[in-house]
Design a protein around this ligand. Structure first.
Ligand code: EPU
Length: 419
């Protein structure tokens, strides 16, 4: 198992190119199951999560070809059962349920277990399928959804913690082939949901309102092949901007959509950093002593939960008292114990972290627990005194394309070693 060693103290400067979005690519790849015709998807990031999704598609009968960032999927045949061995590695495998239900009118997928960032139920996905007329059965660790026919319906997908991203995706993917009109109230507004809706519309679906709380889907009888470019990964971009804030003298992320990053750039400006915005790039520059901040994670366009851990790393070395409240996954704080081992001073009060910034962290062996927590530990290591040894790097490889190489391009002293 690889480890990442970060030798702290180097300043970062320069620019890097942001990859296609993981959280767009996963449901979009799943959506290719909705047609017999080939679909070509560009800018699919080379990550273990996207590779798992391609393996799942393959298992379900699709032919998959990959040439660097371009993936072609031909799901001439699609079988409707995705067993545990195939889906257990990735919770997002659940997003094949919607397209399989839409196309085959039945789907059996092994239920995702809990995960380190929380319980992660799929009750809202299932509620949506039921509203479309499907029966849901949970047995033997699998969830089976089936319907002789899907009918459009009015569905409210808002749950206790707000809208659901993959739930909105799943219900949308089933509803595109339902008879009649489906209205999703309380829909997730994330750019990744819009990207999926754009792709589905290219395939012949009739979806309106993506990016708002109310989506209207006019069912069609079949979809056709399409070609699509995945949007830039706003969380990867945000992670590099925070790296630039922690240890940079001017870091630019290229090939981004600055509109998708407003909550993150607003937070960094709130800390006192200077942000320069161009059409497809953002630069973070130091601008005097950084200031502490209060942040609350919220559904898009609010501050993303997927950037909470990285901000926690930044605020740990920002003088003064900062407060972070996690509203989406209240237990998503596995990085805190590890940051404390590096000298961070964080006090937890329920889902709120109260951070007293310290002048300097010190390198330590730390354990990655999930994707974003792992990235946060690497970022903390950039400014720490000495070497930070991040183990369980496979978490990082799930969602960051060459994180260590890109940081190294910016001047970080970072290496990947085999443990
Ligand atoms: N929820 C329910 N019932 C459901 C579904 C969700 O109660 O049926 C709750 C969740 O437990 C959570 C909240 O609703 O409290 C929001 O969860 P959501 O369903 O939106 O999460 P997701 O769709 O499973 C996606 C991303 C996550 C990201 C969240 C929130 C993908 C593949 N995953 O997950 O990304 O944190 O939305 O924005 O798109 C990551 O990339 O590191 C990551 C975890």
């Amino acid at each position: 198992m690889d480890k990442i060693l970060v030798h702290g103290g180097n300043s970062l400067a320069g620019s890097i190119k942001i990859s296609g979005s993981k959280n767009s690519a996963l449901p979009i790849l799943a959506a290719t199951l909705l047609t017999r015709e080939p679909c070509t998807i560009h800018r699919v990031p080379d990550l273990s999560d996207t590779n798992y999704m391609l393996q799942i598609l393959n298992h379900l009968g699709a032919q998959v070809e990959r040439a660097s960032g371009t993936v072609t999927v031909s799901a001439d045949k699609a079988q409707s059962v995705a067993p545990y061995e195939v889906v257990r590695k990735m919770r997002a495998s659940v997003c094949v349920l919607g397209p399989l239900l839409g196309r085959c009118k039945e789907a059996t997928v092994s239920l995702p277990g809990g995960c380190i960032i929380g319980d992660r139920p799929i009750d809202l996905h299932l509620k949506g399928f039921e509203a479309l007329g499907a029966a849901v059965r949970v047995e033997g660790g699998n969830v089976k959804v089936f319907a002789p026919k899907l009918n459009g319906a009015v569905i409210n997908l808002r749950g206790k913690f707000g809208p659901t991203v993959l739930g909105t995706d799943n219900v949308m993917m089933a509803a595109v082939l339902a008879e009649g009109t489906t209205v999703i109230e309380g829909a997730a507004q994330e750019p990744e949901v819009c990207d999926l809706a754009d792709f589905l519309n290219k395939m012949g679906a009739k979806i309106e309102g993506a990016g708002t709380r109310r989506m209207i889907i006019e069912g069609v009888s079949e979809l056709h092949g399409a070609e699509h470019d995945i949007i830039p990964d706003r969380i990867e971009a945000g992670t590099f901007l925070v790296a630039g804030a922690i240890a940079g003298k001017g870091v630019t992320v290229n090939r981004v959509n600055p509109d998708h990053l407003t909550a993150i750039t607003t937070a960094l400006s709130g800390c006192g950093f200077k942000i320069e915005t161009k059409k497809q790039s953002l630069t973070v520059l130091p601008n005097g002593a950084p200031k502490p901040l209060e942040i609350t994670t919220e559904p898009y366009p609010g501050f993303p939960t997927d950037m909470q851990a990285q901000m926690c790393a930044l605020l740990s070395t920002t003088e003064g008292i900062s407060v972070i409240t996690e509203n989406i996954f209240p237990q998503r704080y596995m990085h805190v114990a590890e940051l404390k081992r590096m000298g961070a001073q964080v006090q937890m009060e329920g889902a709120t972290a109260v951070i007293s910034g310290v002048e300097r962290l010190t390198g330590a062996p730390v354990m990655a627990s999930d994707l974003r927590a792992s990235a946060a530990l690497v970022l903390a290591g950039l400014k720490a005194e000495g070497t930070t040894e991040v183990s369980r790097v496979y978490h990082i490889d799930r969602g960051y394309e060459h994180l260590d190489e890109k940081l190294s391009e910016l001047g970080a002293n970072i290496e990947r070693v085999q443990a």
